[in-house]
Design a protein around this ligand. Sequence first.
Ligand code: FES
Length: 289
Amino acid sequence: MADNLKILVVDDEPIVIRSCVAVLKAEGYNIEGTLSGKDAILKMEQNPYDLVFTDLKMPEVDGITLIRWIKQKRPDTGIVIITGYPSQDTIKDALELGIIDYVPKPFTPAVLLDVTQRAVEWVKGKVSVTEEVKEEFPPSMIQEIDRVIKQYKNKPGSSIPALQRCQQIVGYLPPVVQKRIARGLNITPAEIHSIVTFYSFFTMKPRGDHNIRICLGTACYVKRVEEVLNKIKEDLKLEVGEVTEDKKFSLETVRCLGACGLAPVMVIDDETYGAMSPKKVPEIIEQYK
Ligand code: FES
């Protein structure tokens, strides 16, 4: 569902703009594109946008400069980066500035839609990340989380290991837990939230006993992974990001599982299944029931 949010795509490659506009317009999103960071600032000075997708490498005003401008002048706007092979430092800079997510180039329509849906959820739900914490977990769990926070407090680069430990304790990282970690480590909730949404090993939703991951990357997409995904949804009556009623299975999509030669690829827990087809789905799923 498009929710009528206003989206701006900024990229100096016209093909990227054309692809984003074609894919997202077809889904009912209100989207415009521009080829330069400078023009993006002019547009944003006149109109607010809910979401901006931006390339990092652009002449004159580059992506990081644009992100800094947005954070200062339009702090309510969600930011997603579109990037080829970003260096660790560039990603680190972007994460520290509070981006929501990234779209890898070249991207498939499925990946673009997946990232857009999650970014839209973030824009609509970001208030919950800054809400006051309501304790929803057993006191023993809270104590364990606090122990982890104490262990990592004031240590540079500690947010990822702290989040990993907390995810092991709780099973997932809902906003209430993110907020507690952010406060404990003295980091903004937005920064913690962007780390959680950026790395696929973190999840904001509970997982089932068996977690199914379907790759929507280019190699898998061209080999019709969507048919596999649809078969799983149909057989387990399960949507992406959800858990079955009996809590046995959860379903996630990812951008590349690093096994492109085996495309299309599905992973259940730590087991990789290559050359997947809808026909193979029932037999594999049966093994986990
Ligand atoms: S694109 Fe699917 S594993 Fe790489």
